[in-house]
Design a protein around this ligand. Structure first.
Ligand code: ZN
Length: 149
């Protein structure tokens, strides 16, 4: 049978931990607390080590209150609608902005921030919107509505 990995959060130091789900107990790698796998909530169970690591990173971010920065990667743990919602909001924001005329990355970043979206992901969003044809870049650093908008 393939090994199933479980992702838990240490109740003492609130750090995520990836462990073998068949174990009964394990030790927190962060604060050395003894963790009982039979009572702790398993946030994710997966056979994929990559997925487990990603889920642990996401859980750590959530426990530290930094979830926004990880929303783009929130596939395994967050509700499935989240990343789509954000992409839809970013797309709508870009469309609305382009409807007012060409804009630059600085303006886009400010609009993201104003809409409560992660401004540090502005470059990624712009690249994606350009690739999708929602935006075009008629001049370097200037963005306008594209054929897919
Ligand atoms: Zn701990």
């Amino acid at each position: 049978m393939p090994r199933v990995l479980a992702v838990l959060a240490c109740p003492r130091c609130r750090h995520a931990k990836v462990c073998d789900s068949t174990q009964k107990t394990t030790t927190c790698g962060h604060c050395s607390a003894k963790l009982d796998l039979r009572v702790l909530r398993r946030h994710v169970e997966t056979e994929s080590a990559d997925e487990a690591q990603r889920a642990a990173g996401l859980l750590n971010a959530r426990l530290a209150g930094r979830l926004d920065a990880f929303l783009e990667e929130a596939v395994p743990v967050a509700p499935p609608s989240k990343p789509g919602d954000q992409a839809t909001r970013v797309r709508k924001l870009a469309r609305d902005l382009a409807a007012l005329g060409p804009f630059d990355a600085q303006r886009f970043t400010a609009e993201l921030s104003g809409a409560g979206l992660d401004p540090s992901a502005a470059d990624e969003h712009l690249a994606r919107l350009l690739a999708a044809g929602v935006l075009i870049e008629p001049r370097r650093g200037r963005y306008a509505a594209g054929p897919g908008s």
